[in-house]
Ligand binder design. Structure first.
Ligand code: HEC
Length: 117
């Protein structure tokens, strides 16, 4: 009996490790999609950030990456589906609908939680 308990404990641990939640999956996608991570440009949770500074006519100018939090889902999806202009430094990703939904929820989950408070 004791042996069976130990075995079932070991098995449940093994499965527990394989199982990732939707939140973990979305985090993984956000940080490491196929290509360069969204995080590198849009910040930890899509809040946007200054990626670098460049000099424009002698003035130090920040290169701002926009926040992608709080967009409506249609706009979010549209900008991920469309081919980026040559001027854009954002890569074109070929994300599936489910990946786009997961990313959207990941980026906006904190906001929703804050709104609830
Ligand atoms: C190399 C930097 C870079 C990476 C990596 C990147 N982006 Fe962007 N993203 C930008 C820039 C710059 C813009 C501003 C518009 C443009 O230049 O295309 C933008 C715009 C967007 C927009 C539109 C924002 C708006 O206000 O309409 C969305 C949505 C977006 N990015 C989502 C993502 C997601 C999701 C990922 C990861 C799968 C990602 N981006 C990865 C640089 C990046």
């Amino acid at each position: 009996m004791k042996f069976l308990l130990i075995i079932s404990f070991v098995i449940s641990c093994l499965f527990a490790e394989d199982f990732i939640t939707m939140k973990e999956y979305a985090k993984m996608l956000y940080e490491n999609p196929r290509g360069i991570g969204c995080k590198n440009c849009h910040g930890e949770r899509g809040e946007g950030k200054i990626l670098a500074y460049y000099t424009n006519k002698g003035i130090k100018t920040p290169y701002l990456i926009p926040s992608i939090q709080g967009l409506n889902f249609e706009d979010f999806k549209k900008s991920l589906m469309q081919i980026k202009s040559v001027k854009s430094i954002m890569p074109n990703y070929s994300l599936t609908d489910n990946e786009i939904i997961a990313l959207y929820n990941y980026i906006n989950q904190d906001k929703e939680q804050k709104n609830e408070k």
